[in-house]
Each structure stands twice: as C-alpha cells, then as structure tokens.
Design a protein around this ligand. Structure first.
Ligand SMILES: C[S@@+](CC[C@H](N)C(=O)[O-])C[C@H]1O[C@@H](n2cnc3c(N)ncnc32)[C@H](O)[C@@H]1O
Length: 536
C-alpha cells in the first residue's frame, strides 16, 4: 500500500518532469531544416557591390504611352539583391517557375541541386531528406528576398511538381508563414494518355502552384460569373382542375393536386418558366422551401407524386411555390419548382476553384511568343489567369525571377492589351545555354514588334485500336508506318507523327502554317548583373 507521503512525492516528481518536457517542447524548432550552401555570389559581395548595368543596345523604345518593362540578365540571387535596393515592398505579384530539381538531362539549364556528400565527404544515403538541402538552400535565399520585395497586400505563385512539392510547402511556410498560405492549385498539364515517361510507375498529368500572400492585407479575389442564363428554367405546370382540395399547413392554405390533376411540361428555357430543384442534403434545412418540405410534407410522403401549391413563398414573379412529393417507395427526395428570383443579379461572385485544366494550353505552348523553349515553358493564358486571381490592379508591378522564355512578360503585355492596363513586368533570367540572348529577349521583342508564328494543322492518316486482336496481327502497324511515313507523304506534310493516344495507334500528317501575329507595342529596358568595386 502506497502511503500519502509517497503519493505526494510521486506527484511532485511528475509535475517536475512535466515542466521540463513542456520547456523542451516549447524551445524545439519544428519544420524543415537544411544545410546552408554558400554561393559564389555571397563571396563576391564581400569585396564588391552588386549592381545592374544597362545594356543600351538592347533597349526597345516605343513612344506609344504603354509601359516599359525590365529584363535583367544574370544570376537571380544577384538581381533580387539589387531589386531589394530599388523595389523593396513595391511588388504586387510574383510568379515563379523554378527548376523542379528533376535532374533531367533534357533541360537546357541546370536542374539538379542534390546534396550528394556530408561535409566529411562521406556519401549521403539514397533516401536521406538532406539530399534536398542544396535545392532548399538555393530556393530559401531567393524566397527570403522575394518576401522583402512584396507589398503588404502582395501575393506569390510558385509552380512545382509532386516530387518537390512537400519540401517547397514547408519552406514557404517558414518564409511566408503558414497563416499566409492561401491554396495549392492543381493544374492539368497533359492528357492521361500522353505518356512521356513509360518507364515510370505513375504518369503525371498535373502540376501544382502554391499561392501565398504577404499578409492579411491581401483580400481574396472572387471569380465574376455570368448569372443571366435561364438554361435551367425549362418547366411549366398545368393545373388540370379548378377546385383542388385545400388543406392548412402551418398558417398557409395549401392546394393539393393528385397525380392525375396536373401536368408537368418540359419546354425551352425561358425566364417565365420554373426550375426543378431536388430537396436533398443541406437544402433540407438550408432554405425556406427545404424547411417547409421537411416540416409539413415529409410526413405525407407516402402519397407519391402529389403536387402542393403553397402561397406566399419565394421571391419569383409567381408568389407561390409548387412542391412535388417523391415518385415511389424507392425514391427518397421530393422536389420544388422555383421561378427566376426577382433578386437575381446578372453576375455573381464565386470563389476560384483550385483545379485548373490547362491541358489544351500546354499542348499549344510550343511556339508561343515565336520562340521554342522545351521543358518548362508555361502557357501565357495560365499566367494571365493567375494574375487575375492575384491582383485586380491594372497598374500592378509583376515579377518573375525564373523567367525562362519570358512567358510572364508576354502575359503582362497581353493582359494590358485586353483591359487597357499599365501593369509592368520585371523578369530575371540567367543566360545558361544563351537563354536570355536566344529566347527571352527575342520573345519580348516579338511580342512588342510582332512576329510570325508557326501553327500546326494535324490530319489523321491512319488509326488503329490497340486491342488484342489487332496486336496479334503484328504486320498492320509496320505496314502502316511503311505506307504513311514514306517519301510520298513526306512531300505533302511538314512532319509525319506516330503516337499512341486513347488506346489507339495514330499516324498523322502535320502541316505547319505561318501566321502573322501583330505587335502589341510597349518598351523594354535590358540590364545585366555586374559589380562595382567597394570604395575603401
Ligand atoms: C522552368 S524554367 C522557367 C520557364 C518559364 N516559366 C517559361 O514559361 O518559359 C526556369 C528558368 O530559370 C532559370 N534559372 C535557373 N536558375 C536560375 C538562377 N539562379 N538565376 C536566374 N535564372 C535561373 C533557368 O535558366 C530557366 O530558364
């Protein structure tokens, strides 16, 4: 038997332990951690001052009253450090599409930041999360600067894929804070059957875009929808008798029509018709009609297909509302019929969905802006869509510091053209594999001055269902290839394409047509990163 004294001693000891555990828990850091990877730029900054140098011969000047955009060529750590001096808390919206760390050989630029060894040169095991350290250190430094550049009501969108998503989310939670996380958009980028990497376990058809705000000064923007449609108003009800039975439900005198005493007619949509609404789920308690049905008609639902005309309900032109009981024992719910509400506005505001289907846009991204840039080019329409979700300001300052081919600059220029805006783009890219010189700059020039775009027109020449029967007949496909991928057809088409799509083997001929895209004006100033010597 434990004595009272012993029990008190035990409680005291437990309390002490609890206090110490609490202290430990509170002092611990949670979340992601990584090793800092020093960059050459940091070393250079010790003796020199990072600056931007204007490249005058690359200026594009148009006296058209339209905005002047900025292209900065160089390492973005450097560019962002300079922008911190000139644009601190001045940026409304940032979109970036950083390297996803896939390590893909095909990329024109370096896309692999994997830590392979511990500082003592021993190898980091395959599945050790520290492997992501290089990428996190690289991204962390740039996102810290980006955070400083954003206005208090600014937002940032970051494209990423499944492999790196979890690491990026935790990194952003640390820099922007979890309370400023708004959503993750899942973007459909390719068709389920358009398999690029058949050796993978799963075929990735979507990517993610993380959205964070700088602070709660940012107010979420709603999607404006056309609410003027009367497409669902297709019902009319004909009463076949003049003196139906009358009963009192609540304080209302309700007319009751038996199944053979009315007719429901489905007709073309009209503002004078009725919409049929299933009374189910949250609707049962969510509006007056739902509540009326639950309170008074539910107990009469053994009377199938009865129509009740309830006066003084709804805000449509009719001043009454019809309720229809369920059709049989096997049906659970009843319905009501409502006319177009008098209070209905022609537009309504809905929250943006966080699933975006841009499959078609991704299919056509190839020659957007008149330049080719494989593996990583984002559709202009996707970026325009994000800008509209992120800022209503027509004079917003928009930054992309992983600009690649310059899609963001084109999106900004096009959006201004659509709504007479004066948004300004600042885009930064390094010049790996001459991207800035060969792709980014020529693209902006194209958009400003106009260019010829190659548009592909596809004609199907051969199509075969890939079923076991056709596959057994093993000569069909080689014969088709021999026939259609031949000199005769190559003369007629610019390209002969073989592909497997929707369980079909398809050979198509592609004709590439040149299309003239008019210039949209605007101006550009071109900078390169540089250093000036520190004075002693
Ligand atoms: C995925 S691509 C962006 C593609 C772009 N969204 C588009 O639509 O064309 C990433 C780009 O970031 C550039 N980049 C990577 N690391 C960089 C760095 N440290 N500084 C500047 N640019 C960098 C690469 O050269 C590449 O062009």
């Amino acid at each position: 038997m434990v004595t009272k004294k012993e029990l008190i001693a035990e409680i005291k000891s437990l309390k002490k332990e609890l206090k110490s555990v609490n202290k430990q828990i509170k002092s611990k850091e949670y979340g992601i951690s990584w090793l800092d990877v020093p960059e050459i730029f940091e070393e250079e900054c010790q003796s020199k001052i990072p600056v931007l140098k204007e490249v005058k011969e690359k200026t594009i000047k148009n006296n058209d009253g339209k905005p002047t955009h900025i292209l900065i060529e160089g390492e973005n750590y450097h560019s962002l450090t300079c922008l911190k001096q000139t644009h601190k808390e001045k940026i409304d919206l940032i979109y970036i599409d950083p390297p996803y760390n896939t390590g893909s050989e095909k990329f024109r630029y370096k896309d692999k930041r994997i830590l392979k060894k511990f500082p003592d040169r021993t190898l980091i095991p395959k599945d050790n999360p520290l492997k992501h350290s290089d990428w996190l250190s690289f991204m962390g430094k740039r996102l810290e600067l980006a955070h400083k550049l954003l206005k208090s009501d600014g937002v940032i969108f970051i494209s990423i894929n499944y492999e790196q998503y979890a690491y990026l989310k935790l990194l952003c939670d640390k820099i922007f804070l979890e309370s400023n996380y708004l959503t993750t958009f899942t973007v459909k980028v390719r068709h389920e059957d358009r398999i690029l990497k058949g050796d993978r376990d799963f075929h990735e058809t979507t990517e993610q875009i993380l959205m964070y705000r700088k602070s709660d000064d940012f107010k979420t923007i709603k999607r404006l929808l056309d609410n003027s449609s009367v497409a669902k108003y297709v019902y009319q009800i004909e009463e076949l008798i003049h003196h139906p039975e009358k009963i009192t439900l609540g304080n209302k005198e309700v007319e009751v029509f038996r199944p053979d005493e009315y007719k429901i007619i489905k007709t073309d949509p009209s503002k004078d018709n009725l919409q049929k609404i299933n009374i189910r789920g949250s609707l049962k308690e969510g509006n007056t009609s739902g509540r009326f049905q639950m309170k008074y008609l539910e107990e009469r639902n053994h009377l199938f297909n009865y129509l009740y005309k309830v006066p003084k309900m709804g805000d449509d032109q009719f001043g009454f509302r019809y309720f229809l009981t369920r059709a049989s024992e096997s049906h659970t719910n009843g319905f009501y019929f409502q006319g177009v509400p008098q209070s209905k506005k022609n537009t309504k505001e809905d929250p943006y969905a966080n699933f975006l289907d841009f499959e078609d846009a991704f299919n056509n991204v190839g020659y957007e802006g008149g330049v080719e840039f494989r593996n990583g080019k984002k559709p202009v329409d996707l970026i325009k869509y994000l800008i509209n979700i992120g800022s209503l300001k027509k004079d917003a300052l928009i930054l992309d510091f992983f600009a690649g081919s310059g899609s963001t600059a084109q999106a900004v220029i096009e959006l201004n053209h659509i709504d007479n805006g004066t948004r300004q783009a600042i885009i930064c890219t390094n010049n790996e594999s001459d991207i800035a010189a060969e792709v980014t700059y020529p693209r902006i020039k194209n958009v400003i001055n106009g260019y010829k775009r190659i548009k592909s027109q596809k004609e199907t020449l051969f199509e075969l269902n890939l079923n076991p029967y056709n596959l057994k007949n093993s000569n069909v496909i080689p014969d088709a290839i021999a026939e259609f991928d031949s000199e005769k057809f190559r003369k007629r088409y610019d390209e002969i394409k073989q592909e497997v799509r929707k369980d079909k083997f398809i050979i198509s001929g592609i004709i590439k047509k040149k299309e003239k895209i008019p210039g949209l004006g605007n101006s550009l100033i071109y900078y390169q990163t540089d250093f000036s010597v520190k004075s002693k």
